[in-house]
Design a protein around this ligand. Structure first.
Ligand code: GSH
Length: 217
């Protein structure tokens, strides 16, 4: 399944990594088809999908015959390959490094600890019950969000960096959505909660919301 623009996103409606890429594609104004990979049914470990992405993780993006993986790499690729329209990274080495730092704090330091396969390992291999798994989840989100709340105090406007959405915002909103699914109280992070509320009003972010995807259940 490839659309007229030759672009297909392999993802899952609730995957925060796929959600980041949907936001990036929307911000760039790039049309794409979706090929849902059900994490609930374990389709990310099917032979067909592993042939595309041996990591067995979503998202993967097929763009004009080129298969790309890793959400941050995909987002940066889109920004470089399609420089017209919104920019996910600002001009200037310092500003770019600062945006990447927030994006990576979420995508590399918070999200991987709370990924499905990690939670499943805690359950199946380490015998941890639901309360322990939820405690683990909330601990790592709280650690990461507390640091971001302080870090963004110096840069935030409507969004993470001033009043223009960036790659940092494409990572933040999905992580906040994910945290709310696990009943994390956002009251302790008023700045992050406010930015997330602002982002929800931006069409590129609203259209990427899990509830608006073809595989939403
Ligand atoms: N670092 C990867 C992470 C991808 C990732 O962890 N995807 C999750 C969904 S958000 C996944 O496919 N999980 C499947 C599993 O845990 O089995 C990226 O940013 O693309």
């Amino acid at each position: 399944m490839t659309d007229a623009a030759g672009r297909t996103l392999y993802g899952y409606f609730r995957s925060s990594a796929a959600y980041r890429v949907r936001i990036a594609l929307n911000l760039k104004g790039l049309a794409y088809a979706q090929a849902p990979v059900s994490l609930l049914r374990g389709e990310q470990r099917s032979a067909d999908y592993l042939a595309l992405n041996p990591q067995g993780l979503v998202p993967a993006l097929l763009d004009n015959g080129v298969l790309l993986t890793q959400s941050l790499a995909i987002c940066e690729y889109l920004d470089e390959a399609y420089p017209d329209g919104a920019r996910l990274l600002p001009d200037g080495a310092v500003a770019r490094a600062q945006v990447r730092a927030v994006a990576q704090a979420i995508a590399c330091d918070i999200h991987p600890l709370n990924n499905l396969r990690v939670l499943n390992y805690l359950k199946a291999e380490l015998g941890q019950g639901e309360d322990a798994r939820n405690g683990w989840y909330r601990h790592w989100v709280a650690t990461g969000f507390a640091a971001l709340e302080r870090q963004l105090a110096g840069s935030a406007g409507q969004y993470c960096f001033g009043d223009t959405p960036t790659l940092a915002d494409a990572c933040l909103l999905p992580q906040v959505f994910n945290a709310q699914r696990f009943a994390v109280d956002m009251g302790g992070y008023p700045l992050l909660a406010g930015i997330a509320a602002n982002l929800e009003q931006v069409p590129a972010f609203a259209d990427a919301h899990p509830s608006r995807q073809p595989d939403a259940q």
